[in-house]
Design a protein around this ligand. Structure first.
Ligand code: ZN
Length: 341
């Protein structure tokens, strides 16, 4: 299987992070790349540098003012006297849709959902190339490959059309789905990250051409809290095209595979032309977030089951944090997928 990754993706090195109000090291570390790289290699992937696709595929799912913000906010922030090194918001609009602020501080609050996605001088290049990796994985599949893997880092599924959040800036899975629509009529995004894919849901909530499905730890007491509940089904033309399958905390392989079966019934009824797997590995029992209890062999079975759908598939990396088994979990998923593909 081809895998896509550009060295620029490692430059983003976030420092700030608040957990329950306490400053902690940011878990979305560049070292994740080494582990994921090793995992992809061990699964037999051929790792290729993506082409530079410019802004087009990203602008297809994000607003122009947001992309302008991501590209330029760090330089503007540095002109504020005594500002922090990283861009971190300290005020948010209660409701969106009001006046768009002119100030850098106002725009940071407008475009950033939380303190988990600080922006440094390196962030934009990493984010842009992460999206290019997703685009090239899709293009490999459009050109005839059965599946391809995008080593996307920074991840993307918490990013809305104009809001960053939860380590995410550009929604790589959404970029991938939109790219498939160049020559597909219906695409499904199956998000198996520990956390609900709230940004992905938000981007496609009123659309029927992309079915969004997310299996995740129940957000009633877990990030992202405000989204990911089972009664969120889409709106307008998108009503019925969003499916959330929250799991009780610490659910293991059996519960995860049962949720996957429910997802597959919905996918088969939708009869999509292509599939994007938003592959988080943080549902692992040893992940620092500790929300679910999927095992390493469990990831292999999940990969095998998803391959059984028989769809052209782009696998887009989302979460999965530093722990001893991070490489092995990626290898398990990709190898399991390859067995059944
Ligand atoms: Zn996650």
């Amino acid at each position: 299987m081809k895998a896509f990754y550009a060295a620029e993706q490692k430059r983003h090195n976030p420092k700030a992070f608040l957990s329950s109000g306490a400053p902690q090291p940011n878990p979305e570390q560049p070292e994740r790349v080494e582990r994921l790289f090793a995992g992809a290699r061990a699964a037999g992937c051929e790792i290729l540098r993506p082409r530079d696709h410019g802004l087009g595929p990203i602008a297809a799912v994000h607003t122009p003012e947001y992309l302008d913000f991501l590209e330029h906010i760090h330089a503007r922030w540095q002109r504020i006297a005594e500002a922090s090194e990283e861009v971190i918001p300290n005020i948010h609009p209660l409701a969106r849709g009001g006046r768009y602020p002119a100030s850098a501080v106002g725009q940071a609050g407008y475009h950033m959902a939380d303190t988990a996605c600080p922006i440094s001088g390196e962030t934009w290049e990493s984010v842009r190339w992460s999206a290019c990796s997703a685009v090239d994985a899709v293009d490999a599949v459009r050109a005839g490959d059965r599946a391809a893997y995008a080593l996307c880092r920074p991840p993307g599924h918490h990013a809305f059309a104009d809001v960053a959040g939860g380590f995410c800036f550009v929604n790589n899975s959404a970029v991938a789905a939109q790219r498939f629509l160049c020559d597909a009529a219906r695409v499904v995004i199956l998000d198996i990250d520990l956390h609900h894919g709230n940004g992905t849901q938000g981007i496609f909530y009123q659309r029927a051409d992309v079915l969004t499905i997310s299996i995740h730890a129940d957000p009633v007491r877990f990030y992202p809290f405000f989204w990911g509940h089972a009664d969120e089904r889409g709106e307008g033309a998108g009503l019925g095209y969003n499916l959330n399958l929250p799991l009780e905390r610490k659910s293991g392989d059996a519960e995860f595979l049962a949720a996957l079966d429910a997802a597959f019934r919905r996918i088969r009824a939708y009869a999509p032309d292509a599939l994007v797997v938003a592959l988080g590995l943080d549902a692992f029992e040893g992940d620092p977030f500790g929300g679910l209890s999927v095992s390493t062999p469990g990831f292999s079975r999940i990969g095998e089951a998803i391959a059984g759908l028989g769809l052209p598939t782009a696998i887009v990396q989302e979460g999965g944090y530093l722990c001893d088994a991070l490489s092995d979990n990626l290898t398990a998923f990709l190898s399991g997928f390859a067995v059944a593909a």
